[in-house]
Ligand binder design. Structure first.
Ligand SMILES: Cc1cc2nc3c(=O)[nH]c(=O)nc-3n(C[C@H](O)[C@H](O)[C@H](O)COP(=O)(O)OP(=O)(O)OC[C@H]3O[C@@H](n4cnc5c(N)ncnc54)[C@H](O)[C@@H]3O)c2cc1C
Length: 490
């Protein structure tokens, strides 16, 4: 290890990933984390005998699995391949569709529901298969030579037709290419409707290939494995410390200043904080601010959520572990109307609850400003939300209200308090036709020794992107420092 000090702002997945690669590449490394714990939004917490899992519904492996191996998550954590992504249920007439790995069966089922859309469904089937064979560029694109770029473009040639046809947001593509109203509605419910349709097809293609999984032991096991790699490599951490400024001298980073005034010197800084926090607050808008302001004006942020979890004294063995219930009367959660319930039923892993008990969790759209202006009513509004959600669940889980032993409600303010999620945007920029295909630089023009990683430089966010971007930030740092980038154990 050299005495070059690399400081990382934020101990979420991207920060921990950057930290592991930094240590392997010989830097002395410190993570400064605002929260009391590492993990960022990829976290889980305990409520009595129940584990409230705040993150991983599905983990994308396939081409990204090699990265999880590099940073010691696999084989430390076992991954259970997902056979079923989710079950869609229409409460109006009980129609159910299982989104399973058998895509031929799925397409047959959808064709039976919407025979007039059979041609487009076949096209989707083919696109899912071809998109899943595309190899994402895992390395920093800034360092990729012309030859490798041409090679990647050549590899994509089979999927170009699908990329063009399915590039539009799901809702737009559905209205342009699907006739059947029910099918349109179903497909636009599965992911945020601004997401390009091809993202949905990639998910289905990955599902078919067995690339989607859940870690045994849930998010906690995943986060803790990564944390262990970082600490075992000798990484340092300061928890409950908020960076207030990135210190710059002669257009080169010199260190950071914490909220309590402490100054920490550093030769290089990687920020995994949000784009507005990093560019506008910590750097005072002195580098590339217009680009960030422009994105804030044009790109949508991830819709904030309420995560309402219930520890229930029921086994719920036969209920799907991911259930989307559509066709219910709209109900309001913190200033936002919800028309469907997206539920995780944690009956697929014994680590979440004692035998005979289950955690049932609803992820609901909400409004940031509404929560931020509740004042002293904040606590009672959380109780009211819990009651509303339980009332919604009761028809689908008879007796749940009476069997609920523990209630936990996370709001956009929870995400702000624990992970400084800007305006509750827990996954950064919402993927859209523009942001999804955009390249966000991991450096700022004119500033040396400074890099960015995490979901704010990878629109759409997600764990694989957080891991990959931490790795890429270190590739760039190593290239600037003229030292080899080391990814694996020597
Ligand atoms: C409910 C939920 C479900 C999800 N489900 C999935 C899923 O199924 N699959 C999947 O792949 N992804 C999922 N995600 C998304 C995934 O968890 C995130 O995209 C990823 O963990 C982001 O990691 P990050 O390190 O980029 O950001 P973050 O986790 O936000 O980490 C940034 C860290 O920086 C710290 N920080 C910020 N500013 C400062 C500062 N000034 N000083 C000090 N520290 C600071 C924050 O406290 C935070 O810990 C889910 C997320 C949520 C919330």
């Amino acid at each position: 290890m050299t005495d070059r000090h690399l400081l990382i702002i934020g101990g979420g997945i991207a920060g921990l990933s950057a930290g592991c690669y930094a240590l392997r590449s010989g830097f002395r490394t410190t993570i400064i984390e605002h929260n009391l714990a590492l993990g960022g939004v990829c976290t889980a917490w305990q409520r009595g005998p129940y584990t409230i899992d705040g993150c991983i519904h599905w983990l994308t492996g396939g081409p990204f699995a090699a990265l999880y191996e590099e940073i010691g998550i696999i084989p430390a954590v076992k991954l259970r391949t997902l056979e079923t992504w989710l079950i869609y249920r229409d409460a109006r007439d009980g129609l159910e569709v299982a989104f399973t790995r058998d895509l031929d069966a799925l397409v047959a089922r959808l064709t039976a529901i919407a025979p007039e859309d059979s041609e487009e469904l076949c096209r989707m089937r083919e696109a899912a298969a071809s998109l899943a064979t595309m190899q994402p560029e895992l390395g920093a694109s800034e360092l990729v030579g012309v030859r490798d770029r041409l090679h990647s473009a050549w590899q994509m040639r089979g999927a170009i037709g699908s990329l063009a046809h399915f590039r539009k947001p799901i809702a737009v593509w559905a209205s342009e290419h699907l006739v059947n109203e029910r099918l349109r509605r179903m497909l636009t419910r599965l992911l945020p409707e601004t997401t390009p349709a091809l993202f949905l097809l990639m998910v289905l293609g990955y599902l078919e290939k067995g690339y989607l999984s859940r870690p045994v032991g849930g998010t906690e096991a995943f986060r803790d494995a990564l944390k262990s790699t970082y600490l075992n490599l000798g990484g340092e951490v300061q928890l409950h410390a908020t960076v207030d400024e990135v210190l710059v001298g002669g257009d080169r980073v010199r260190g950071i200043r914490l909220a309590d005034g402490t100054i920490i010197d550093a030769d290089l800084v990687v920020s995994t904080a949000s784009a507005p926090e990093t560019v506008l607050r910590l750097l005072g808008g002195r580098y590339d601010a217009e680009v960030t302001r422009d994105r804030l004006a044009r790109w949508k942020l991830f819709d904030p959520i309420v995560l309402a979890s219930f520890g229930v004294e029921r086994a719920y063995k036969d209920i799907p572990s991911t259930l989307l219930i559509d066709g219910i009367a709209p109900f309001s959660i913190g200033g936002r109307a919800n028309e469907h319930l997206y539920l995780r039923v944690y009956n697929d892993d014994p680590s979440f609850a004692p035998t005979g008990h289950t955690v049932v969790q609803a992820m609901l759209a909400t409004d940031y400003t509404w929560w931020a202006t509740r004042g002293t009513r904040y606590g009672s509004e959380k109780d009211a939300v819990a009651a509303t959600v339980l009332a919604q669940l009761e028809p689908h889980f008879p007796g749940i209200r009476a069997a609920t032993r523990v209630t936990d409600v996370a709001t956009p303010l929870t995400y702000w308090n624990m992970a400084r999620a800007w305006r509750g945007a827990f996954e950064g920029w919402m993927p859209s036709g523009e942001s999804f295909f955009a390249h966000v630089n991991k450096t700022l023009a004119g500033l040396r020794g400074f890099y960015m990683a995490g979901q704010w430089v990878e629109p759409g966010g997600g764990i694989p992107m957080a891991v990959m971007s931490g790795r890429q930030a270190l590739q760039l740092a190593c290239a600037d420092e003229k030292r080899p980038f080391v990814a694996t154990r020597e």
